[in-house]
Design a protein. Structure first.
Length: 211
């Protein structure tokens, strides 16, 4: 096994449908050698900070992420070495003590709001995607998800959206669209875009097997 894995970056605003796009690509390769890495799992460890400090963190700023560790892990996977992926707990705003052992695979999908922001990460990618969904749909999805899955109240989601998520989106996330090879409108419902991506990944895999 010596061909270099294919690395795909999937960026887009919070609630844009990155997870659906990633999952649709992943499912198309089911049974093949593919893995997903969520940038969210690489939020900096805050276990040393008290809860009130963790609540003040700006989770939509590039500095919130431990990209050094993420890059180290991708480089290891590219060398066909296994990694111990961190696990993030949104309810307590920090890394959990457990890790997930991940074996190297032929296709690596990296997903996250700011995955295209760091040039070092972009340089590791073969394909860069940006999922482009209107802000009204994104806030509705985020509201429903954060209340159901991340243990938040409606007031706290709205307050965070207006004061942090929206301004950070405009300042840091939206501008990364310019780095995308492909912009996918409407996330996981866009079957044409997903089929095109799957075909492209297959083509790269076939080419790489001859390198
Ligand atoms: N976040 C948070 N609290 C934390 C850590 C992160 O509220 N302790 C939020 C950040 O504000 C950021 C969001 O998590 O905006 C990133 O996740 P998001 O992109 O919304 O979720 P995905 O499921 O990865 O993406 P999508 O909705 O596009 O599928």
């Amino acid at each position: 096994m010596d061909r270099k894995p294919v690395v795909i970056g999937v960026a887009g605003g919070s609630g844009s449908g990155k997870t659906s796009v990633t999952k649709a690509i992943y499912d198309s390769f089911k049974g093949h050698s593919i893995l997903m890495i969520e940038q969210d799992y690489y939020y900096k460890d805050q276990s040393h900070l008290p809860m009130e400090e963790r609540l003040k963190t700006n989770y939509d700023h590039p500095l919130a992420f431990d990209n050094d560790l993420l890059i180290e892990h991708i480089q290891k996977l590219l060398r066909h070495e296994a990694i111990d992926k961190p696990v993030y707990d949104y309810a307590v705003h920090t890394r959990s003590s457990e890790v997930v052992h991940v074996e190297p695979k032929d296709v690596i999908i990296l997903e996250g709001i700011l995955i295209l922001e760091d040039e070092r990460l972009r340089n590791l990618m073969d394909i860069k995607l940006y999922v482009d969904t209107d802000a009204d749909l994104r806030i509705i999805r985020r509201l429903l998800r954060d209340i159901k899955e991340r243990g938040r109240s409606m007031d706290s989601v709205i307050e965070q959206y207006v004061n942090v998520v929206r301004p950070m989106h405009n300042q840091f996330i939206e501008p990364t669209k310019r780095y995308a090879d492909v912009i996918i409108p409407e996330g996981g419902h866009n079957h044409v875009a997903i089929d095109l991506m799957v075909t492209k990944i297959q083509t790269i895999l076939e080419q790489k097997s001859f390198l």
